[in-house]
Write a protein that binds this ligand. Structure first.
Ligand code: PEP
Ligand code: MG
Length: 537
């Protein structure tokens, strides 16, 4: 038995025969041609056929993995229709008098290299897409077909790498898992694996000798076991049976209401940090997004993200969620989330320092840019905004003034703005104590129990040494949650929890009793919390 380790892409256990996925090999030979127009026409015909295939793949993916994931094939079509790409192929054919296969492969190499060297992570990731579309056109020009035959029995696909188009073409009914040597955890292929719910590992050292042998993919531990002995196999059969049972039970809760036995309902929303997390939001049947930590946009960037970049990200999330509520939290940096280009001073007590709304209120340029992007995106769905680290009514009034002026500015420019709920996070004891006054100013409260606990108990949430003093269920925190919720309801607004405590199923019943209207948890916790809600009398 051999045991290899890799990066986990999706949880789960698969046991079955290993199949090596061999790509159709295209050997491109550079040959001289005499009729450049005819050669370019050959290229155009192959390109059009590739576009036709991609459109079909889009339709297939739309059914199997949803619109957001199918979108990659539209991107591929756009890349094939790109003038620069096509002009490069034409240029190589006409200036060098060479065949279309060579001109396409050379263009693909040049463009892929150019994208790979770009600063922007999004564009760097497009390098793989360029290779994929180029390979598709070259295969057509070479008269080849794609290797798509998986045989009769379900298999674990092992490959050097898998392009998104290859992943989607794999026959899902025969695909147990996949393991690749290349590929990153955030590649489209990995995203597709998550959406398909297939155990997957990347970054695994692979060996062609394994073809046909038995294998076990352990997506929980990030292990790939080849040719397992009987004891290991037996142990994994048991693990898999237990795993399947748990997953099946939770799956049955999809589409069901979050309702207690006596009819009390609660909204279960998801916390996300990036548009990439939308897949698990869908997969886990979230009723909306209760916390989109917008700082990811800033953390991933080497400079301040522009209004346009932010607008595109927010629009994508609200559009994907259809009419469901998407609560986007404005920038919350400082403390443990440091960003070099903000040039924040070193502080003795960063958790009590210059962070979140304090930065936004003293740097209105940054705040206004984000608000403009948010209000613009609000025209495309059900967007709500919430403000972090609030301690006073004065701050909220200041925020409201800025927010009003941004909305007026957009309207004066003729830009449509949706109906936006504006709420605050209750993360400080000050906000909790003042929640009766604050409730008169805003549309909702979302209790950030991670910080509320840290500030109430005076325990640094980053300091593992204090774990023995830390009590997530401390009555002081629970009393504050109750008080905040009562004050919200007195003022006629709703109250939810978006900190980690919201997913603590030991407290679900308590939260229901307190009358909380919403719990926003990481996507994978939605169904387990729903299960408990439905069991409460
Ligand atoms: C919180 O403090 O509970 C919260 C949700 O915000 P973050 O964890 O991002 O500080
Ligand atoms: Mg917080």
């Amino acid at each position: 038995m051999e045991v290899k380790v890799g990066k986990k892409i999706f949880n789960g256990i698969a046991i079955g025969k290993i199949k090596f996925y061999a790509k159709a090999e295209n050997k491109v030979v550079r040959t001289k041609i005499s009729d450049t127009d005819a050669e370019y026409a050959r290229y155009e015909a192959a390109r059009d056929k590739a576009i036709e295939q991609l459109n079909m793949l889009y339709e297939k993916a739309l059914i199997e993995v949803g619109e957001a994931n199918a979108e990659i094939f539209n991107v591929h079509v756009m890349l094939l229709e790109d003038d620069d790409y096509n002009e490069s192929v034409q240029n190589i054919i006409t200036t060098q008098w060479v065949n279309a296969e060579y001109a396409t492969a050379a263009t693909g190499d040049n463009f892929a290299e150019m994208f790979a060297n770009m600063d922007d992570e999004y564009f760097r990731a497009r390098s793989a897409d360029i290779k994929d579309i180029t390979e598709r056109v070259v295969t057509i020009l070479c008269g080849g077909t794609e290797n798509n035959d998986m045989g009769d029995e379900p298999v674990i696909i092992v490959a050097e790498d898998l392009a998104p188009s290859e992943t989607v073409q794999l026959d899902k009914s025969k695909l147990l898992a996949f393991v690749t040597r290349l590929g990153s955890a955030n590649s489209h292929t990995a995203i597709l694996a998550r959406t398909m719910g297939i155990p997957a590992l990347v970054g695994v050292e692979i060996d062609e000798e394994w073809n046909g042998k038995a294998g076990i993919v352990d997506g929980y531990e990030g292990k790939f076991l080849v040719d397992p002995d009987m004891d290991t196999l037996e142990g994994y059969f048991k693990k898999k049976a237990h795993d399947d049972e748990q997953k099946k039970l939770l799956q049955e809760l999809k589409g069901k209401e979050n309702i207690t036995k006596n009819g009390q309902k609660i909204n279960l929303y998801a916390n996300i940090g990036s548009p990439n997390d939308l897949i698990s939001v869908m997969e886990n049947d979230a009723g909306g997004i209760g916390l989109f930590r917008s700082e990811f946009l800033y953390l991933e960037s080497t400079t301040y993200p522009t209004e346009e970049e932010q607008f595109e990200a927010y629009k994508k999330v609200v559009e994907t969620m259809g009419g469901k509520k998407v609560i986007i939290r404005t920038l919350d940096i400082g403390a443990d989330k440091q960003i070099e280009y903000f040039e924040l001073d070193k502080e003795d007590n960063p958790a009590l320092g210059y962070r979140a709304i304090r930065i936004c209120l003293t740097r209105p340029d940054i705040f206004r840019t984000q608000l403009r992007a948010l209000f613009r995106a609000s025209a495309y769905g059900n967007l709500a905004i919430m403000y972090p680290m609030i301690i006073s009514v004065k701050e909220v009034r200041q925020i409201k003034e800025i927010s009003k002026s941004v909305r007026e500015e957009l309207k004066a420019e003729g830009i449509e703005v949706g109906n936006v709920e504006e709420g605050i996070m209750i993360e400080t004891p000050a906000a909790a104590v003042m929640s009766d006054e604050l409730a008169k100013e805003v549309d909702f409260f979302s209790i950030g129990t991670n910080d509320l606990t840290q500030y109430t108990l005076a325990i640094d949430r980053q300091n593992a040494k204090l774990d023995s003093f830390y009590d997530a269920h401390h009555p002081a925190v629970l009393r504050l949650i109750q008080m905040v919720t009562e004050n919200a309801h007195k003022a006629g607004i709703w109250s939810g929890i978006c900190g980690e405590l919201g997913a603590d199923t030991e407290l679900t019943e308590t939260f229901l009793k307190m009358g909380l209207d919403e719990l926003s948890v990481s996507p994978g916790c939605i169904l387990p919390v729903r299960k408990v809600v439905r069991e409460v009398e």
